[in-house]
Write a protein that binds this ligand. Structure first.
Ligand SMILES: O=C(O)CCC(=O)C(=O)O
Ligand SMILES: [Mn+2]
Length: 224
């Protein structure tokens, strides 16, 4: 459950939760979920995968396959297709609805998001090969940009990079481990971020290895 700066930045090691990141609006909670809670959450995810199996999305325009697999829980799922990025209530892979967001994730949102409405989307990212990564990007398809993004890590650790408001801005990297929670909101809601790499064998939680990231988002503005 350690959350430390990686080799390429001289930012101090992070202390007890929540920790200061140097980015206003970004809070890291190392080890937010203990081993039992991580195991229970994994069980809920695997049950959901039975109705919404993870699939390999394709990039807009190029149609290139992503290096990760994805699925969703919640009323709205975020999908990447050759014709763009979309929120959709229908799982186009099998025509069904996305499974409900597991209660344990709604609890985490209620504890750390400080937002008056629940998340509508839980995007599941499966980093299941040594080459799995996510390039620098911003989460910007949501109308409710006043709500933070809440990100939960399970399984192998990763190198998570946070940048500025332009792709070329200076960035810092953090190690996210199984059970860690990251909140990206406030003045940092639209910062670029991404996953440089996953560290194989750093956790035994996920059968067969790999990392699972759960990204909770409020998509629509709540009614006033
Ligand atoms: O896997 C992660 O930690 C980041 C995921 C992410 O940024 C996203 O799904 O938008
Ligand atoms: Mn993101």
């Amino acid at each position: 459950m350690t959350t430390q700066m990686t080799e390429d930045e001289d930012v101090p090691a992070l202390g007890p939760a929540p920790v200061e990141t140097g980015f206003p609006g970004i809070a890291l909670y190392p080890g937010y979920l203990g081993a039992a809670a991580q195991g229970a959450l994994l069980g809920a995810l695997l049950a959901g995968f039975a109705t919404a199996p993870p699939y390999r999305p394709r990039m807009p325009r190029t149609g290139q396959p992503w290096s990760i697999r994805q699925t969703n829980f919640g009323e709205l799922g975020w999908v990447s297709r050759p014709d763009g990025y979309f929120y959709s209530s229908t799982n186009e892979v099998n025509g069904g609805k996305w499974p409900a967001i597991p209660a344990a994730l709604l609890d985490i949102w209620a504890q750390v998001a400080h937002y008056p409405a629940p998340p509508e989307c839980c995007l599941v990212n499966l980093y299941d090969t040594p080459k799995s990564r996510m390039g620098l990007h911003r989460d910007e398809d949501e109308a409710a940009l006043d709500a933070p993004v809440v990100s939960i890590s399970l399984g192998d650790s990763c190198v998570f990079r946070v940048g500025g408001f332009a792709r070329s801005a200076k960035s810092k990297s953090f190690r996210l481990a199984s059970g860690d929670v990251a909140v990206i909101g406030g003045a940092s809601r639209l910062r670029y971020h991404g996953v440089d790499r996953v560290i194989p064998g750093s956790s035994r939680l996920v059968p067969g290895g790999g990392r699972i990231n759960l990204t909770l988002r409020r998509v629509t503005k709540p009614a006033q």
